[in-house]
Ligand binder design. Structure first.
Ligand code: AQP
Length: 321
């Protein structure tokens, strides 16, 4: 049983990335051969167009994942482009991909709808993502809710390749955590780098507190009771709170007579505390870049061994070898 997931080094990780995906990576690690996690720098190229920034982001992302608890003795961590086989597999899949399937993918549709520019890389991104997954015979893909559609595309492409050329690919399944499938940003929309509404995981306490205090809330009078279930500030608080803290906060919402400033302060205290150890570990890792590079190099060697096998199988099946 192999778990695989990728994350883009497009900037520092935010709470959506952590609670939607990274936390699952850490929970699901066990044996390095069975837990593959990669930094999706080829995907990131659709948004990061500065070579130095992309290289730096990739290193930062590796350090952050290790600081947050990814353990190279229990998981394989690598950079996507260090396994070039994935680009060839992407092409093998691309040739059978209907345009209409990609036109329906919401990551592309949403960006277009928001007036953000899209290139062919963003349009074809679900096919590269399918190659990323199928390349390693992955069984389980832990992701946030926004990626479930892309896993469905991957399954469609695998099924159609298998149907045409004979059993080649393992059929993967998405794994989504209900409680944090879609983390809201500071404006209540999905937390997303491109929407500018993120709270970063390893941000220093002072600027983090400031951003939390600026979370948008409604303007109902303080004495009015409020429904916690539909409030994004309460959702964010719940990510960090234990059951007792959550119940107490929910009761306060229903009673009314409180200010959102109190909730924000409680959220900031919990969040700063939650990531304190990881912030410390990050500082230590930052001082050992060679060690981090070595982890990535070793990870790529393990991933590439598997990728070579699967690519050979796919090439053979479709007749290019
Ligand atoms: N708001 C979110 N709630 C839950 N999970 C989320 N993920 C991202 N945002 C949320 C999950 O994080 C993992 C990494 O995905 P990614 O590398 O594609 O990150 P992203 O989508 O690039 O993050 P952004 O901020 O949304 O970037 P832009 O704006 O550039 O697209 C995935 O498992 C994803 O589900």
């Amino acid at each position: 049983m192999r778990v695989l997931s990728g994350i883009q080094p497009t900037g520092r990780f935010h709470w959506g990335n952590y609670f939607g995906a990274i936390r699952q990576y850490i929970d699901l690690q066990g044996e390095p051969e069975n837990a593959f996690y990669f930094l999706a720098n080829l995907h990131a190229l659709t948004t990061v167009r500065d070579a130095d920034v992309l290289r730096q982001n990739t290193m930062d992302a590796a350090i952050d994942l290790l600081a947050l608890g990814l353990d190279p003795n229990r998981a394989t961590l690598f950079v996507q482009s260090d396994v070039p086989e994935v680009s060839e597999l992407c092409w093998l899949l691309m040739t059978g991909t209907p345009m209409g399937l990609l036109e329906r993918c919401h990551a592309y549709k949403d960006k277009k709808a928001k007036g953000l520019s899209a290139d062919a890389g963003l349009f074809a991104y679900p096919v590269l993502m399918a190659a990323d997954i199928l390349m390693y015979d992955s069984d389980i893909v832990p992701v946030g809710e926004d990626q479930v559609q892309h896993i469905e595309v991957c399954r469609d492409l695998a099924a159609s390749f298998n149907h045409r050329f004979g059993e080649t690919f393992v059929m993967p399944k998405a794994k989504v955590l209900d409680s944090s499938a879609r983390v809201a940003g500071t404006d209540g929309e999905k937390m997303s780098k491109s929407y500018g509404n993120v709270l970063e995981v390893l941000e220093d306490p002072k600027p983090l507190r400031k951003k939390i205090m600026r979370i948008v809330t409604d303007s109902r009078p303080m004495d009015q009771p409020k429904e916690p279930g539909t409030d994004h500030l309460f959702q964010l608080f719940s990510l960090f709170a234990n059951d007792a803290q959550r119940d107490e906060m929910a009761a306060m919402y229903r009673r009314g007579g409180f200010g959102y400033g109190e909730v924000k302060k409680a959220l900031a205290d919990l969040a700063v505390d939650h990531f304190a150890e990881a912030r410390q570990r990050r500082q230590e890792l930052q001082a050992q870049p060679d060690r981090v590079r070595e982890i990535l190099r070793d990870g790529a060697a393990v991933a590439r061994r598997k990728a070579t096998d699967v690519l050979r199988r796919a090439q053979h099946a479709c007749g290019v070898k």
